[in-house]
Design a protein around this ligand. Structure first.
Ligand code: PHE
Length: 463
């Protein structure tokens, strides 16, 4: 019963807007600005983007509403919430465990990528891209990846900052920082977008991003990538939205909040694509450059643009803002779990969680240097293995579990009661429930099975 003694009265968001910004902050992250553009490039643009948007509406919004609902009803971080709803002995709390472990793993490599953005901001400020020939710029990323020292240093700096925010608590830490960083992020995005419209390649880029060109489409593998991208980008399947939902007051509209957060998330992803691709097309680069797009291709272009240094600084700052608000939500899941399960205070719980995750993160931070010879899943590096394990296996699995829990395990009366509190559109309940009961789990299960099959088919995994 440490739970009750510890929390007594559970923390709440200060305002509805505070929750929306924090949850949008969790969703909007490296997944939108770093991952979405390059995955779009790899999957041929247009049609992939349309499928992503469809996934968000059919699967993303319903599951996000389900997570928030479970959190608000269960009044706890993932494990505790399932326990509160279905009892201590219920196996459903395993779903909470999967979430917390996924959060732990994701944060451990997320902070490494976030660390790279710090390094690149530093490079932009000191003018490193302008001090060398342009063909020297892409290798800078390989040098960084292969440097144990810098990877660890930046990771530690980033983690320290994340810990600092989360220690502040729900209102004074998470809500307050999101209230500053998210508007800042939007302002920078709008500024960069206006800038992108002035480039020659803007028209071609718009066509690439929005025109469904069947000849460039890659079929099933792109559909799978779209569902996976939607999950990761919306922070679904591991309990981040559940935990944030547990701090939500009863007068907030769950479905509407989920819709606003998700739409904001797509808008940011699309804006990021509309900023990156014009730059890429204007300078004749390949849109399918892969994960290096932001770190290898963009700086080359920045180095040639008039006013490029300012643009580069704003861009990497933007990435950092996006990354902080997401990593904060990941740490909150693990930290609040430690608080509730062990009865610790916020400060020691968050500090210990952050520290342990950072130590575990060394594996990812060193995966391009000291540990570059180590392969885990098939021929994946440690870093890629964690990303695969958490984002492609645990998140979809968690998502199915959440949909089944909200759609089938909770009684209809229970869900309806929670859904209706604060709802301005209770008439949408049956519609949402059908999506959560059938459409979302079926769609995600399909993807999950495909992912498992691909693990054994050996196409990209050697066994
Ligand atoms: N949604 C975040 C992003 O797009 C990543 C994330 C995943 C955050 C899962 C929390 C939980 O970068």
């Amino acid at each position: 019963m440490a739970v009750q003694q510890q929390t007594g009265k559970r923390a709440h968001w200060g305002s509805k807007m505070g929750f929306i910004l924090a949850a949008a902050g969790s969703a909007v992250g490296l997944g939108n600005i770093w991952k979405f553009p390059y995955v779009t490039g790899e999957n041929g643009g247009g049609l992939f983007v349309i499928i992503c948007v469809a996934c968000v509406f059919l699967v993303g919004i319903p599951i996000m509403a389900a997570e928030i609902l479970i959190g608000r009803r269960g009044q706890g971080s993932p494990i505790t919430a399932y326990e509160n709803l279905r009892g201590n002995k219920s196996l459903w709390k395993l779903l909470g465990w999967v979430g917390v472990v996924a959060g732990f793993i994701i944060l451990s490599y997320y902070v490494v990528v976030a660390g790279w953005t710090l390094d690149y901001l530093f490079k932009a400020i000191t003018g490193a891209f302008w001090a060398v020939e342009t063909d020297q710029i892409p290798p800078m990323f390989d040098t960084l990846y292969a440097s144990a020292f810098w990877n660890v240093l930046w990771m530690v700096v980033f983690m320290a900052f994340t810990i600092g925010v989360v220690i502040g608590g729900v209102q004074a830490g998470i809500e307050r920082w999101n209230g500053v960083l998210m508007p800042g992020l939007f302002l920078m995005l709008i500024g960069l977008l206006i800038y992108a419209t002035t480039l020659d390649g803007f028209g071609e880029a718009m066509r690439f991003v929005f025109y469904p060109d069947l000849s460039r489409f890659k079929g099933t593998s792109s559909v799978l990538a779209a569902v996976g991208q939607a999950f990761f980008s919306l922070s679904l399947g591991m309990g981040a939205m559940l935990t944030y939902g547990s701090y939500l007051k009863k007068d907030s509209d769950i479905l509407r909040s989920a819709a606003i957060i998700s739409v904001l998330d797509i808008i940011v992803a699309l804006m990021a694509a509309c900023i990156l691709f014009p730059v890429i097309f204007t300078f004749g680069f390949e849109p399918s450059a892969g994960p290096g797009l932001v770190f290898k291709t963009l700086p080359v272009i920045f180095a040639q643009l008039p006013g490029g240094q300012l643009v580069a600084i704003v861009f990497f700052l933007l990435l950092i803002f996006a990354a902080v608000t997401s990593s904060v939500s990941l740490l909150e899941v693990v930290g609040s779990t430690v608080m509730e399960r062990l009865g610790w205070g916020r400060r020691p719980a968050v500090l210990a969680s952050g520290l342990v995750i950072a130590i575990f993160g060394l594996l990812s931070a060193l995966s391009g240097s000291t540990l570059s010879g180590v392969k885990l899943l098939g021929d994946r590096s440690i870093f890629d293995s964690f990303d695969f394990l958490a984002a492609e296996l645990m998140l979809p699995l968690g998502g199915i579990g959440i949909a089944v829990f909200a759609g089938w395990v909770l009684q209809k009366k229970e869900t309806k009661d929670e859904f209706d509190q604060g709802s301005k559109s209770p008439q949408l309940f049956p519609f949402w429930r059908v999506l959560v009961q059938f459409v979302a789990p079926a769609a995600v299960a399909l993807v999950f099975v495909q992912t498992i099959l691909s693990l054994f088919s050996g196409s990209d995994v050697v066994h």
